[in-house]
Design a protein around this ligand. Structure first.
Ligand code: 3PY
Ligand code: MG
Length: 271
């Protein structure tokens, strides 16, 4: 089949070219075991540049941010046709929250505090249309006009949405196999600070207790053929430390990188 380019006709990197029926380059990145890097943004940021800067996803957080999901819709829609996929972290594992995010056009859903198999199954059901789930249908929206027929969007999103439960409690640590084996789960994403608090080593990211828990999560993800991720890289630690441990999904702050790039560019002009 010929690859087709969704969205705006503009110069973009190869991974921007998605195959027909593929809405996320990132789903393939995760499935092929490569490392996905994203960043966080909100409605106060113009994401049109960030979304083509090289990130695989942009995460709109509605749990620990002053923003509501419906405020994110214009930013998500500004990402149409760009390399990065828009992900939304809902404030809780609730069907209505997940539905708002999907109607806004999210291509990945992150839900906090998924502690049992039943909670992971409920999350997946909220993310998918019948018969794989019970997502309510808007009839419009969510598809960004990328699909000739809304029905095509429905079939594609059921297959291609990236579903990311967060692992951040002792109970989740006890249920890793049960959560990781739920069909549809793509990533086990650690909430670094909540997990440290639950393990009674608050914010002590380097200690043995914490590191053993990370290893257990990475091993469970590998065993079930899905990715392990860290919501953020703890202060003072290196992303590659986590890559070497087997983690494949991170957010990185874009501000320092943007500043370095701008300083380099300005430094290159004689003045
Ligand atoms: C955590 O650190 O617990 C998170 O959920 C990241 O925001
Ligand atoms: Mg958390």
């Amino acid at each position: 089949k010929m690859p087709i380019v969704f969205g705006l006709a503009r110069a973009c990197v190869t991974s921007c070219v998605r195959k027909q029926g593929q809405m996320n380059a990132i789903k393939q990145i995760i499935k092929s075991g490569k490392t996905a890097i994203g960043t966080t943004a909100g409605p106060n940021i113009d994401v049109s540049v960030l979304a083509d800067a090289g990130f695989d996803f942009i995460l709109f957080d509605t749990q620990h941010s002053p923003y509501e999901i419906k405020q994110m819709a214009p930013s998500i829609q500004a990402m149409r046709g760009k390399k990065a996929a828009p992900f939304v972290r809902v404030a809780a594992n609730q069907a209505d929250q997940i539905c708002f995010a999907l109607d806004a056009g999210a291509r990945g859903i992150i839900a906090p505090m998924i502690n049992t198999r039943a909670e992971a199954e409920a999350m997946v059901r909220s993310c998918r249309y019948y018969p794989q789930g019970n997502r309510s249908n808007a009839g419009v929206r969510g598809e960004w006009g990328e699909f000739p027929k809304y029905r095509d969007y429905m079939d594609t999103v059921n297959k291609e949405l990236v579903i990311v439960p967060m692992i951040e409690t002792k109970q989740a640590l006890e249920n890793l196999d049960a959560i990781a084996s739920v069909p549809g789960v793509d990533v086990l994403l650690i909430g670094p600070s909540d997990l440290s608090i639950e393990l009674d080593v608050p914010l002590d990211y380097a200690c043995d207790t914490y590191q053993r828990a990370l290893d257990k999560i990475a091993a469970a993800a590998a065993k079930h053929g899905i990715a392990a991720g860290m919501y953020f890289i703890p202060p003072g630690m290196e992303p590659n430390f986590f890559v070497d441990k087997g983690f494949k999904f991170f957010t990185m702050p874009w501000g320092p990188w943007a500043t370095t790039g701008i300083q380099n560019a300005i430094g290159g002009i004689k003045r």
